[in-house]
Design a protein around this ligand. Structure first.
Ligand SMILES: C[S@@+](CC[C@H](N)C(=O)[O-])C[C@H]1O[C@@H](n2cnc3c(N)ncnc32)[C@H](O)[C@@H]1O
Length: 256
């Protein structure tokens, strides 16, 4: 067993996270730079360090999850969601079941609520937002962001749904109330069914082909016929028909 394979086994036992399902070269590079910075020589020593030091374990989790996000990330895609996808979905269903999977610190589910508020009163909007990382979820629940996270937010939306507080912006409670946050591991936990929309962006890039394949199958099962999967802007699905997906627009797949 190599040093990294032993590490994978230990981490799985300790945290239930299976690093074998994440692209190896990329993950190894990220973790090696962390353990070298902390003065360890190999993965085995790094793991022993984590057994003694909770803070190191938390640093490891932080490094492996990569929480970068922003509101209206890749703005043009959100225009497609607003002008094409939502009108079609709302014609079919007045109450939409929506899931923001791997939501990180909350920018994405809050953006969904802001976009959907063009069509529905906020009291009728309810979004499930999940992530593997509990620290990210805790931040998401506070709803407080630095200005750079809002770079792509249209001015009218910024004025309507954020309150500026010193150097930070606070998402208004009326938006926060539309989102329920929960911990969920895409590689292990069960998926709810009958979704109209699943937004899962900028996480598939970290997974192995085998893991991606399983997740797309799970998403397909979790969507109602006609329901939509919205993926990240580098995450086109290579063979959508394998998962009963039709291309509805670039980065939007509807279940056949
Ligand atoms: C780069 S962020 C993407 C945030 C947001 N979706 C966006 O596009 O801006 C990736 C997120 O995936 C989460 N993640 C990584 N592995 C996961 C897994 N197995 N299950 C659920 N979430 C996971 C990380 O914790 C991180 O918050």
């Amino acid at each position: 067993m190599t040093d990294y394979e032993g590490f994978i086994t230990n981490i799985k036992r300790k945290t239930n996270i299976d690093l074998a399902l994440y692209k190896e070269a990329q993950m190894k590079r990220r973790l090696t730079s962390l353990y070298e910075k902390r003065g360890f020589k190999n993965f085995n020593d790094f793991y022993k360090g984590m057994e003694r030091d909770q803070q190191l374990l938390s640093e490891f989790l932080d490094r492996m999850t990569i929480n970068v996000s922003e509101f209206y990330r890749n703005g043009k895609r959100w225009e497609v969601l607003q002008n094409k996808i939502f009108p079609r979905l709302l014609k079919e269903n007045r109450k939409l079941k929506i899931w923001s999977a791997a939501c990180s610190t909350g920018e994405e589910p809050y953006t969904i609520a802001m976009v959907l508020s063009n069509y529905l009163p906020l009291s009728q909007i309810s979004i499930l937002a999940t992530d593997l990382d509990e620290n990210a979820i805790a931040k998401a629940k506070t709803g407080i962001y630095p200005e750079r996270s809002l770079a792509e937010v249209p001015t009218a939306i910024k004025e309507k749904y954020f309150v500026k507080n010193g150097m930070f912006y606070q998402v208004k409670d009326e938006i926060k109330r539309t989102v329920t946050f929960r911990k969920h591991n895409l590689l292990k936990d069960p998926y709810e069914q009958n979704y109209d929309l699943i937004v899962c962006r900028n996480v598939m890039i970290y997974f192995t082909e085998e893991a991606k394949d399983q997740i797309y199958l799970n998403f397909s099962k979790a969507l109602r016929p006609g329901g939509v999967l919205f993926v990240g802007s580098t995450e086109q699905i290579f063979n959508p028909s394998k998962y009963s997906f039709d291309i509805e627009d670039t980065f939007f797949y509807s279940k056949a």
